[in-house]
Design a protein around this ligand. Structure first.
Ligand code: GLN
Length: 529
């Protein structure tokens, strides 16, 4: 039977609950324990798939096709596991299940209520991996005190009550703000948020304190006294140079030992500290390389979280710091910006805004032999670019951007044309691709078949594959021989694009081959300058 750690957040959002939870999970995993992580988001959307990145940051995609919160990406990268549909829950999906049950008559006779029906469904989701793991870490999104998160906190309280505090603990991630004029760290907001938790019947066992300055023993004692948390369980979580430092910072403060003691866990072996030192080299790389991310959300780094991480992983593998230059393809002078970089990546995207700038970016990369990696819409734009500028189809487009284009080089499949509901109906999750012999793709991956995650509605129109090949843009990856998955150019040092999202599969210790290839080619380009 699994033990449970409920992660909550206090004072403000964006405290890095996901990274704190994943760091605790990593430490327990380094003790040989089997750890799973579950995210609960209190909003009413059934999943974040229909939300703008401005609302939500990146939408993470699981192998089985769930559109999920970006924290699942942290979980995958820290724990080196693959998340599934059961790892992501929203208030919307929970209400949907309960309402569907009600319509089927499963509660016949009863008034369906938040307690117990919604809370029972939440507890069921909390316990989804109970049988197969030693520890389930459950992160409740939002901030304690929000109306939306109340049913989740009530379900957590019930779980503690039912299973006992020796089996379920709450770790509260909170902010200790620094008041510059007074030159003081303040504990009051954290005291209030713990009081709020206690009003709801939850007593935290540990406080993770986000702070810009070291948390003196005096302050830990104060938090301990006011919040009824032993001082040794008041943990300083200072801003780190790299998120991968956080597990070691926790380890130094014995977070793992405290959690093991609180839950009576039985570690399988001692911590292998090699995992920590792996990241040391990454902090002082000997080379730097500038890679542009050319997209629509240049001012919002969370929108491309997994892409950023994948670039960083590839950098670590090549002893290079990747300096990311954001290009806003809607507003910036893309050519001027591209002149300053050693490589360029076009990430996934939806809608027509910024598309012409992406096409211009690809034209520049093709003509100037600038290493280029296209992801999803990045591949679609590479196809439009070649069709317009090399095949002479001046009005070629995707029907997503111009429904009346005479040359729909990117189009919906007949199946997608019938889709009415927008939520959860894209081509989602893992699909295979067979790679052509002698292709760059085959060389990079080192195998003839790959599996990658997808999240898109539109596809390269197979009717144009021959024309594109004639101008040097070759399809070198196919899904079951019918859907184009990868395009590349032979007359270029590194020009490759995929219909899928390679960024989700990248790991710190195992950079994704397409990103690794981009960094290697960009370093070469830089050295050749
Ligand atoms: N908008 C494109 C489609 O739906 C590409 C999506 C993406 O880049 N993830 O096909």
């Amino acid at each position: 039977m699994s033990k449970f750690i409920i992660i909550t957040g206090g004072v403000v959002s964006s405290l890095g609950k996901g990274i704190s939870g994943a760091s605790i999970g990593k430490l327990l995993q380094l003790h040989g324990l089997k750890v799973n992580m579950i995210k609960c988001d209190p909003y009413i959307n059934v999943d974040p798939g229909t939300m703008s990145p401005y609302q939500h940051g990146e939408v993470f995609v699981t192998v089985d096709g769930a559109e999920a919160d970006l924290d699942l990406g942290h979980y995958e990268r820290f724990l080196d596991v693959e998340m599934t549909k059961g790892n992501t829950n929203t208030a919307g999906s929970i209400y949907q299940t309960v309402i569907e049950k009600e319509r089927r008559g499963e509660y016949l006779g009863a008034t369906v209520q938040v307690i117990p029906h919604i809370t029972n469904e939440i507890k069921k989701r909390f316990c989804a991996f109970e049988k197969d793991f030693d520890v389930s870490i459950i992160e409740i999104g939002g901030t304690v005190g929000d109306i939306e998160s109340l049913p989740f906190l009530e379900a957590a309280r019930q779980l503690i009550q039912e299973k006992g505090p020796q089996n379920v603990i709450n770790v509260h991630v909170t902010l200790i703000p620094y008041i510059a004029v007074a030159q003081e760290l303040k504990t009051k907001p954290s005291q209030h948020s713990v009081n709020k938790l206690r009003e709801l019947g939850i007593q935290p066992s540990m406080l993770i304190c986000r702070t810009e300055k070291p948390l003196a023993a005096k302050l830990k004692d104060k938090l301990s006294l006011f919040c009824s948390v032993p001082a040794q369980n008041v943990i300083e979580c200072a801003d780190a140079k790299s998120i991968y430092e956080v597990p070691r910072n926790f380890y130094k403060q014995h977070v793992d030992e405290r959690v093991i003691e609180l839950l009576g866990l039985k570690p399988k072996h001692k911590v292998d500290e090699k995992w920590f030192s792996f990241f040391d080299k990454a902090l002082s790389p000997s080379k730097t390389v500038k890679i542009a991310i050319a997209g629509k959300y240049s001012e919002l780094q969370d929108a491309y979280k997994s892409v950023n991480e994948a670039l960083r992983h590839a950098g670590m593998n090549n002893d290079a710091k990747v300096q990311i230059v954001y290009i806003n393809t809607e507003k910036d002078d893309v050519v001027a910006k591209l002149k300053e970089v050693d490589g360029v990546l076009i990430p996934g995207g939806f809608g027509v805004r910024g598309i012409e700038g992406k096409i211009e970016t690809i034209r520049y990369a093709r003509e100037n032999k600038l290493p280029f990696l296209g992801i999803c819409v990045g591949m679609q734009c590479a196809v439009i670019e070649a069709a317009r500028h090399l095949c002479g189809l001046a009005k070629a487009n995707s029907t997503e951007f111009d429904p009346k284009t005479p040359d729909p080089v990117v189009d919906l499949t007949p199946q997608q044309k019938n889709v009415v509901y927008k939520g959860g109906t894209m081509r989602l999750g893992n699909y295979t691709a067979d790679l052509e012999k002698g292709s760059l793709a085959r060389k990079l991956y080192g195998k003839d078949q790959i599996v990658e995650r997808h999240r898109h509605r539109y596809e390269l129109n197979p009717d144009y594959v021959k024309q594109l090949r004639d101008v040097g843009l070759k399809v070198t990856g196919w899904h079951e021989g019918v859907l184009p998955e990868i395009v590349e150019r032979e007359d270029h040092p590194y020009f490759i694009a995929g219909q899928f999202h390679p960024e989700f599969g990248s790991r710190p210790q195992r950079p994704h081959p397409l990103f690794d290839g981009l960094v290697k080619a960009s370093l070469k380009k830089k050295e050749g300058k």
